[in-house]
Write a protein that binds this ligand. Structure first.
Ligand code: GLA
Length: 687
């Protein structure tokens, strides 16, 4: 029995139980009073020792791959060192670091903390331990060279522990922090770092289901080039059948009253105010829409889907058609998503595991050839257009694309024409292998970097087809300052977000720094919305549930809405679940993104990791985000004086689509970890 009990406890406790059992057996054999007294005394002592017994797990032996910017000391070539003292065990962190632990009944966490002696810029660092959201240890600002501080935190009854290292107000450069000799004492299940989205959270659907009556969504302003083919599907929620009408529609355009799809030829230059009407058995609604026939496309940020983060090099005609089908059947098109965009890998390459992707790059006349997964590009775009949606394609100005497929180098004119002839409405132009071309050229770097985009920009403008031009060169040479000048409608402001999904706040904040360069027709692009099922960017494996918490997913969409960033979803359209659709498809959130002023919100910092983002909207109201980029819930206050608002405001919760009452002077809210409370403030009519 004692042995069986021993199986349930830790190895060191098993050893103690074993010797306990052996002693009982030998002492009981004495059958003497002395023996019994000894036995009882030993048992009392032994039981006490047994109760106090605990195992130790070192932080450096836990799975740190789940943590941010932390590496087990054992993986480093030098021991940790604080103020001249070295430590054989521990965890080194770099920059802001988070380690989430499920203590599983552990009793204590102990460590010795301080700045590593190897930190070149002699930074200050702060160490904090939070137990179930409450601060249990705070080192305060610790300077380089300062003696280490001991940490001893009781974990009794704790569910989750956060070890947080942050900069101590001097910026996060070269912040090397050490959790030296860090360990947890436990009896029972071994503590572990938390796997998956952190911390665990229930996925709550905030967006109310659309009612059966019609509701027209989508942009209020729309640019198209005179004389080119026109296509627009009026995004409308509500029970079908719906009957559509469009008052003020130019004569060169025709509306299909049952589908709401407008086709024809864009009329001559000018502004055309149109009123859309949608009617079904539950009601009728109208919405103003302004068609601007001129030079500028994408007067509001592009909305659609791109295959990259769902299918990588497995893309095919079939997947693209299915995505178009789902864009309609899921209701995404009813809130404004319209582009169905192929990314890399539709062409041929020299070598591939997939023989369908190997073949000549071009035909004898120099025309680019799609690989065998795309038997007929024109038929594919016809299929997409038939649904009232638009089609996008990708290439590189280099000889090869990022994934090593045929690029456009020295065939730019032929390719631009081919894309137009095939019927594409959008081109993503991805730098990648053009690097080698630019390196060979002489002259100022800026001119060399602009050149391929200017070339393609001019070519696209001259096609008899509207093609939105999306620059992808990861923000090099401040592309936001010249992207519009070379004909770009949007430009990526950073590298691939798929590689740093846990940094959506930081990426949105960096993107917002370039807000002044953004305007209708010319958008900063912090990259795709990667929620739902997405394939890991490193392994390019089959799509799996997004690693962000539900709150982070709402924040992602809120920040993209406040930034007027292109809303291009890049997850598996075949695996859209109700939660993901609710994040993607709230028309009030999308209205903020699509607002005709096209403003990217201003950021007003208001505490460590806290900020308010405020975006002026065309109707005089303001969208604001109360944002908490930190690891713990915090109160965020939007003060009217800081955000340039006067008087009493009607406050609307945009995600829940309901009014919260009025506020004057300020609005404050408790914002969860990595959360954004998204509100719309309109001047209140009541005195
Ligand atoms: C680059 C781009 C991505 C994607 C891939 C395709 O990394 O930034 O968005 O297009 O290339 O290879």
């Amino acid at each position: 029995m004692i042995f069986a009990l021993g199986m349930l406890v830790s190895p060191s406790a098993q050893g103690l139980l074993g010797s306990f059992a052996r002693t009982i057996r030998s002492v009981v054999r004495l059958r003497s009073t002395v023996g019994r007294v000894v036995l009882l005394a030993w048992m009392a002592l032994g039981c006490h020792a047994l109760a106090a017994v605990a195992d130790t797990t070192w932080l450096d032996e836990m799975d740190l791959s789940r943590s941010k910017h932390a590496a087990g000391h054992l993986g480093r070539d030098k021991p940790l060192s604080i103020a001249g003292k070295t430590y054989q065990r521990g965890v080194a962190t770099h920059g802001k670091s988070t380690i989430w632990i499920e203590p599983n009944g552990a009793d204590r966490f102990t460590a010795t903390v301080g700045v590593d002696d190897g930190a070149e810029k002699k930074p200050a660092v702060q160490f904090r331990v939070f137990v179930d959201g409450k601060k249990a240890f705070d080192s305060g600002a610790m300077k380089y060279g300062q003696a280490a501080k001991p940490v001893d935190v009781s974990l009794s009854g704790a569910k989750v522990v956060l070890l947080l290292v942050s900069d101590a107000g001097d910026g996060a450069r070269h912040d090397l922090g050490n959790w030296a000799d860090a360990k947890l004492e436990y009896s029972g299940t071994k503590p572990s770092t938390v796997a998956g989205p952190l911390p665990r959270e229930e996925a709550v659907i905030l967006t109310p289901k659309p009612g059966p009556a019609p509701r027209i969504n989508g942009p209020r302003i729309y640019g198209a080039r005179p004389g080119n083919p026109f296509l627009y599907r009026i995004p409308t929620q509500g029970e079908r059948p719906i009957t559509f009408a469009a008052e003020g529609l130019p004569a060169s355009l025709k509306l299909d009253a049952t589908t709401g799809i407008i086709t024809g030829t864009t009329p001559k230059r000018g502004d055309y105010p149109i009123t859309f009407t949608a009617k079904n058995s539950h009601g009728q609604t109208t919405r103003a829409f302004k068609l601007v026939s001129g030079d500028t496309l994408a007067l509001t940020p592009s909305m659609g889907w791109n295959h990259w983060y769902a299918h990588y090099h497995h893309v095919s005609d079939k997947l693209m058609r299915e995505a178009a089908d789902v864009m309609i059947s899921s209701g995404m098109a009813d809130v404004g998503y319209e582009y169905v965009n192929i990314d890399d890998c539709w062409m041929n390459r020299v070598k591939s595991d997939d023989p369908m992707q190997v073949g000549p790059f071009r035909d004898s006349s120099g025309n680019i050839l799609p690989n065998k997964h795309f038997p007929d590009m024109k038929q594919l775009t016809d299929y997409i257009h038939g649904k009232g949606l638009k089609a996008g394609i990708y290439t590189s100005p280099g000889p090869l694309t990022c994934a090593g497929f045929a690029g456009a180098y020295q065939h730019e004119a032929a390719d631009a024409k081919q894309f137009a002839d095939w019927g594409f409405d959008f081109l993503k132009y991805d730098w990648c292998h053009y690097r080698y071309v630019a390196e060979q050229e002489t002259g100022p770097q800026l001119a060399r970097f602009k050149k391929p985009y200017q070339l393609m920009g001019d070519l696209l403008k001259n096609q008899k087809r509207d093609m939105v031009f999306n620059l992808c060169q990861y923000g090099m040479l401040h592309v936001w300052t010249w992207g519009a000048e070379v004909g770009g409608n949007s430009w990526r402001t950073a590298g691939d977000l798929g590689f740093e999904l846990d940094r959506v706040f930081e990426v949105a904040l960096a993107n917002a720094k370039h807000r002044e360069y953004q305007k209708p027709g010319a958008w900063n692009d912090p990259d795709y919305i990667q929620i739902g099922f997405v394939g890991d960017a490193h392994s390019q494996a089959e799509p799996k549930p997004c690693p962000l918490t539900p709150t982070e997913q709402y924040s992602y969409m809120s920040l993209w809405a406040l930034s007027a960033s292109p809303l291009i979803y890049s997850g598996d359209m075949g695996k859209l679940d109700p939660f993901t659709l609710n994040v993607l498809c709230n028309p009030e959130v999308i209205d903020i993104n699509q607002d005709p002023l096209g403003q990217c919100g201003r950021v007003i910092p208001c505490g460590e990791d806290l900020f308010v983002m405020i975006k002026d909207l065309e109707d005089g109201s303001k969208a604001i985000g109360l944002a908490n980029a930190g690891e713990l819930a915090a109160e965020v206050v939007a003060k009217w004086s800081d955000i340039d608002i006067q008087g009493k405001q009607l406050v609307r919760d945009v995600w829940r689509q309901h009014d919260l009452g009025t506020a004057d002077g300020e609005y404050r809210a408790q914002v969860p970890r990595r959360g954004v409370v998204l509100l719309r403030l309109s001047p209140s009519q009541t005195p």
